[in-house]
Write a protein that binds this ligand. Structure first.
Ligand code: MTE
Ligand code: MO
Length: 472
């Protein structure tokens, strides 16, 4: 690349629009990405942040860019080299990932930085309440390091301009302590199965990007009521984290105010997970738990709550966590045309056995199959059907779930259901394929295949779970 012209950083900085061309630098290279802008999967707005400047600091945070495929694509846009004295040293920029917490070495890591990992599927269903160390971690940015002595939650009501800040102790003192057993499930859970139909973009999660924990804290509706907020159908609660991108923009998303104000919605600001203070990876010191709703809205390291007439303007609300028709692709997708995912659809997953298990146990001619089932919006799982002959006969699994009246009431089934079934195995049988499908209290059930529910981001991947295992 020595034959290419040399540009100064100043020259590059003048190229920030279509007329002049949009230039960026990466390492020592100068690139004209004008024609790539509209194809950038992370939205046009995101890529424009880097216009006329070095993308290195951004890619330091969004490390998935440093993939061979993407670097090769970038080289196609190479127009020159940066003047030696203008080359920023990556080492000088500081590593935003130098202060990450320790993690469970058993985790299957889908991305190291930012950290994204899930436990082995078969471990996930060993406990009705997922232990913290087996609860998947999904971070979009470096984990903030929050000093509890300095921690503040700011609450703002846009319409009146009223704002108030609280320390964690203020919240604990002022509002009643309460808890909920709830699933947090990533919108991309089971994405890798959908990828089998046709490539989708996103982390290759199997079915363990979810967990079921006891969350303890205060009711968001208590806090908002104390600030004079009345429920209305047209407002939103914007939730911002303390984790920030290189432009100092925090992670943010929103939920409808009606969900937050509904006492049966069980939305809480949690400071404990399974009876212990939150760990850094799960949002220390405070996170929002929005039961029944996609993981992305369960904002960790909660820094600010805004009551607004509008949804969050963030990329995570507007440009992601939305599903489209199977015929919508990256060249014709318009994220404005789909609503943000809130309640999750019904799903189930076979967790044990799974094809990665080394040994399949057959006891007295039966193989035990275990999994979870869950539906968003507080809907109860009423049945899990299992077949081991491609749907010729269906068998009903035994369910383990919180019972109505005792610990939960109708419409507030925010925990998952674990299920088990014994599958008969013939003496010399070499292979068995098991399918599961769950039915919820609305009699919604899972689609049969991923083919007709495929979407380009691989979200809400909830088709039948199918697992084939070799028996010898
Ligand atoms: N909150 C903040 N502040 N930053 C994040 O990156 N990730 C979201 C959500 N809350 C995220 C966040 C996503 S996409 C998911 S699926 C869940 O947190 C994951 O929660 P967990 O890491 O505790 O399992
Ligand atoms: Mo997620």
């Amino acid at each position: 690349r020595r034959d290419l012209p040399t540009y100064s950083a100043e020259e590059v900085s003048k190229h920030t629009n279509r007329e002049s061309g949009i230039w960026v630098t990466y390492g020592i290279g100068v690139y004209d990405i004008t024609n790539f802008i509209s194809e950038h999967p992370g939205s046009k707005r995101n890529i424009m942040i880097g216009a006329g400047a070095a993308v290195d600091p951004f890619w330091h945070v969004y490390q998935f860019h440093k993939e061979a495929k993407i670097l090769k694509l970038l080289e196609e846009f190479r127009i020159g080299n940066l003047k030696p004295e203008d080359r920023t040293s990556i080492d000088n920029q500081g590593n935003p990932y130098s202060n990450e917490p320790e993690r469970n070495p058993e985790f299957i890591v889908r991305l190291e930085q930012p950290y994204n990992a899930e436990p082995p599927l078969s471990k996930l269903v060993e406990n009705f309440i997922t232990p913290v160390e087996l609860f998947y971690v999904r971070n979009h940015l470096p984990v903030p390091n929050i000093d509890i002595k300095e921690y503040e939650l700011e609450v703002e009501i846009e319409s009146t301009g009223k704002t108030k800040t609280f320390s964690l102790n203020d919240l604990k003192k002022k509002f009643e302590k309460t808890g909920v057993v709830a699933v947090v499930m990533c919108g991309g859970n089971r994405r890798s199965e959908m990828n089998g139909v046709k490539e989708v973009r996103g982390l290759a999660w199997s079915g363990a990007a979810c967990g079921n924990a006891v969350w303890t804290g205060i009711r968001l509706c208590d806090l908002l009521s104390a600030m004079g907020v009345k429920s209305d159908e047209s407002s939103h609660v914007i939730l911002e984290g303390y984790d920030r991108d290189p432009t100092y923009t925090p992670y943010a998303t929103s939920i409808p105010l009606s969900k937050a104000m509904d006492p049966r919605g069980d939305v809480i600001l949690a400071y404990e997970m399974n009876g212990e203070p939150l760990t850094r990876d799960h949002g220390f010191p405070l996170r929002c738990i929005v039961p029944g709703v996609v993981g992305a809205r369960n904002v960790k390291w909660l820094g600010k709550i805004t009551i607004s007439k509008n949804e969050a303007e963030s990329h995570w609300q507007q440009g992601d966590y939305k599903a489209f028709s199977p015929s919508t692709d990256w060249d014709n997708v318009d994220f404005k045309t789909a609503p943000a995912i809130q309640n999750m659809p019904v799903t189930s997953a076979i967790c044990s056995p799974n094809p990665n298990d080394h040994e399949i146990k057959i006891v007295d001619g039966f193989m035990e199959v275990k999994g979870y089932a869950y539906s968003g919006g507080g809907n109860k799982i009423i049945r899990v059907d299992v077949t081991y002959d491609q749907g010729k006969t269906w068998h009903i699994a035994d369910l383990q779930q919180l019972s109505d009246g005792e610990n939960v009431s109708a419409g507030r089934h925010y925990a998952w259901t674990l299920w088990t079934i014994r599958v008969p195995i013939e003496k010399d049988q070499k292979y068995v394929e098991v399918w599961s499908k769950a039915v919820d209290s609305n009699y919604n059930c899972q689609p049969e295949t991923f083919k007709n529910t495929w979407n380009l981001r691989g979200v809400v991947a909830n088709a039948y779970s199918r697992v084939g295992v070799n028996l010898i």
